[in-house]
Structure formats: structure tokens, C-alpha cells
Design a protein around this ligand. Structure first.
Ligand SMILES: [Zn+2]
Length: 184
């Protein structure tokens, strides 16, 4: 498989990680089917060569589910979220794989322990925390195309982005809206 079969429409690596699984109306598309797929994802998006064990792969897929649930419930009015509870439990369990290491060649002194067999989910969890530090909640959106479940970060100046990508979902939805209008 080529290195570039992953899509990058999320505007943030952690959202692209969630977008590796897309639920369409009639089928689901998943580009992370094996530990090797995850290894390639980490190489493409993080430029890291990380071996991925089967348990680490399973944990990472679980994290992906929790993160998607979390992002999708961000805009819910309810203060209590099962998604946050699950994510918190995951973080608690993963805490043992986090360690501080000093590396002179890196700008950031905080490096997560990578020799652990749990390194893959830790890389994604760290990315999630970094993302949250600067992200604005109302700019994290889900594509308005009902046949697409991509989530993205709206970096546009007017903050009115509706679709994951203009050349796919944007055009489909514009054509659909045009047809609906002309049928009236
Ligand atoms: Zn879309």
C-alpha cells in the first residue's frame, strides 16, 4: 500500500486520526485495519518510526472511538458526557506509559516514553492534549454532508467552513442544494 492513502482534511493531525474511520450512509471506510497501517499513519503524520504491537494497536483504535465520541459531543448541551467519562478512564489507564525524558536535540523537553509497548496510543494522546491547548471548541466541526463523518478544524478567516473538503463534499452539497431549489 502507498504511504499516502490517508486523507488529510481535518486541519489537525488528531482529527485526521479520527478521520481514518469514516461512516458513510451505507458503508464504513477504515484505513487502520492492521498494526502496520497504524505504523504507516504515525510515519506519515508524525514522521516517527514507531513499532506497533497488536495490544497497542487495539488500544489506539479504542482511543480513536473515544476521541470521536468526545469531538462529536463537544457541542451537546448536556454537561455530563459518557464520552468524557470513557476518555478519562482511558487517560487514567494510559498514564503509566507517560514519562519525562530530556532530549537535548529537541525544543520540547517533554518526551513520552517510547520504549513502552503502549507508545502508539501515547503518541496520539499527547497530540490530543497539544491540540486542546490551542483549539477553540466552536471551530471543531463535523462535515455537513450527511454521507460523510469527517471532522475538521475550521481555520478559515470567517469561521464559516461547512465541509471537510470543497472539491468533494462541498460541491456535492452545493449541487444538491441547487437541485432542491430548482425542483420547487
Ligand atoms: Zn465531508
Amino acid at each position: 500500500m502507498p504511504l499516502t492513502d490517508f486523507i488529510a482534511v481535518g486541519g489537525a493531525r488528531i482529527l485526521d486520526f479520527c478521520n481514518t474511520k469514516v461512516v458513510h450512509t451505507n458503508y464504513t471506510e477504515d484505513t487502520l485495519l492492521t498494526p502496520d497501517d497504524l505504523k504507516r499513519f504515525i510515519k506519515v503524520f508524525f514522521h516517527l518510526r514507531q513499532s506497533v504491537t497488536e495490544p497497542a494497536f487495539e488500544r489506539t483504535l479504542l482511543l480513536r472511538t473515544h476521541l470521536r465520541d468526545y469531538f462529536e459531543t463537544l457541542h451537546s448541551r448536556s454537561r455530563h458526557s459518557l464520552a468524557i467519562d470513557r476518555l478519562n478512564t482511558f487517560i487514567e489507564n494510559e498514564a503509566g506509559s507517560i514519562a519525562l525524558t530530556l532530549k537535548a536535540e529537541m525544543n520540547c523537553p517533554l518526551v513520552w516514553r517510547t520504549e513502552s509497548s503502549r507508545a502508539a496510543p501515547s503518541i496520539l494522546l499527547q497530540e490530543f492534549f497539544s491540540f486542546l491547548l490551542n483549539a477553540k471548541k466552536d471551530r471543531i466541526r463535523k462535515c455537513k454532508n450527511p454521507n460523510c463523518s469527517h471532522i475538521f478544524y475550521d481555520n478559515s478567516r470567517n469561521s464559516k467552513r461547512l465541509w471537510c473538503a470543497m472539491d468533494s463534499c462541498g460541491n456535492i452539497m452545493k449541487v444538491r442544494a441547487f437541485r432542491t431549489r430548482s425542483q420547487k
